[in-house]
Design a protein around this ligand. Structure first.
Ligand code: NDP
Length: 331
């Protein structure tokens, strides 16, 4: 009998009603790829929450094994880049959306999507970072490319208690920036200050329709929220500053005016992690290894087991998850 392993599978019936089940699969069931991996750990990102709850159409191939991030050990490889026993890392590339992902004890993936686990980072730490944390690093790099430095002035981070936000605060603080954290959970100020936030503001200040231009408050920002929040961020950025936009937790709309662009020369920097090039991924992960305090990462992560994934996916969409979640596939 072939070896079986457990997986979470999301299916759709003829009326397009979605259901989520724990199933037993064999390696023969896996989708095509040149590298087969024993999954050691995964995580729950906001996008995984959307996939499992069906709140947004993240899944585009049925049935789907969700999980946009995974880390594990190569079992079989037809690629010259990876060999049996190598530790590999996957973030995005449509995995968990169009190709079976991390919520299974085995995954078969294309070698083009994989990078070797960066030295200095343990497998579970890599999942503590995950797509959310690697995106936070991409946002920091986007601001740097634009010329923003700690001397430019404060940086605002929205969705501060979430995955992108909490990792962004930790990285920016380590790099010497003055960080303003915007959150709906001001009772978590102590946690955000431990990560390195210098000031905490209530997200309600930013979440309603505001004026086209406001008082200049920050040199740059990392926005995981979108909608009115992003519009207000732009309207309150110092002359010549920039906002890196990566998320839509409030909404995917952008009810803004051109005034910040044409009167203050503000830049809006779009950040995508899913299709980012391998070179950019490697650069971001190398920077994570040096610029993210692993003690702070431990403080912002919670560890769960395979059986807790489905509930946590619902919780993240409901805004109840703080920081990042590591899923140990062996527990
Ligand atoms: P989380 O759910 O961990 O964090 C989102 C945070 O946003 C929440 O913790 C909350 O922070 C805040 N928030 C939630 N709802 C609202 C609301 N209605 N209005 C204002 N703030 C809100 O998600 P992630 O950090 O993993 O992801 C954040 C966003 O970034 C998501 O939209 C995700 O899809 C996107 N993303 C995009 C990527 C890309 O490649 N561009 C990659 C990774 C993520 P608080 O409680 O502190 O207010």
């Amino acid at each position: 009998m072939a070896d079986t392993f457990k997986a979470i599978q999301v299916s759709r019936d003829e009326e397009k009603k979605q259901s989520v089940n724990v199933v037993e699969l064999t390696s023969d069931d896996l989708m095509e790829g040149d590298v087969t991996i024993a999954v050691e750990a995964t995580t729950v990102n906001y996008k995984d929450g959307l996939a499992i709850t069906g709140k947004s159409p993240v899944i585009r191939h049925w049935p789907m094994v969700p999980g946009i991030d995974l880390v594990g050990t190569v079992l079989e490889s037809a690629s010259s880049e990876f060999s049996k026993g190598d530790k590999v890392l996957l973030n995005g590339f449509g995995v968990g959306e169009v190709h079976w992902g991390g919520y299974a004890e085995r995954a078969r993936l294309k070698s083009d999507w994989l990078i070797g686990l960066p030295s200095g980072i343990e497998p579970k730490q890599a999942m503590g970072v995950g797509t959310a944390g690697y995106t936070a690093m991409l946002c920091v790099m986007a601001l740097e490319r634009y010329g923003i430095t700690p001397a430019s002035g404060p940086i605002v981070v929205t969705g501060a208690n979430g995955g992108v936000g909490s990792v962004a605060i930790s990285i920016l603080s380590r790099l010497g920036y003055h960080v303003i954290a915007s959150t709906g959970r001001v009772d978590e100020s102590g946690f955000l200050k431990e990560l390195g936030a210098n000031e905490i503001i209530d997200r309600a200040e930013l979440s309603e329709a505001g004026r086209p231009l406001g008082k200049e408050r920050w040199a740059g920002g990392i926005d995981a929220v979108g909608s009115h929040t992003l519009a207000n961020l732009l309207a309150q950025t110092n002359y010549g500053g920039a906002i890196a936009a990566c998320g839509l937790a409030q909404g995917f709309d952008l009810p803004a005016t051109v005034m910040p662009f044409i009167l203050r020369g503000i830049a809006l920097l779009g950040v995508d992690s899913v299709m980012a090039s391998k070179e950019l991924r490697k650069e971001a992960w190398d920077r994570i290894a040096t610029d993210l305090d692993m003690g702070k990462l431990a403080a912002l992560t919670t560890e769960i087991g395979f059986d807790d994934i489905i509930q946590t996916a619902t919780d993240i969409v409901d805004g109840k998850v703080r920081g990042r979640v590591i899923v140990d596939m062996k527990s």
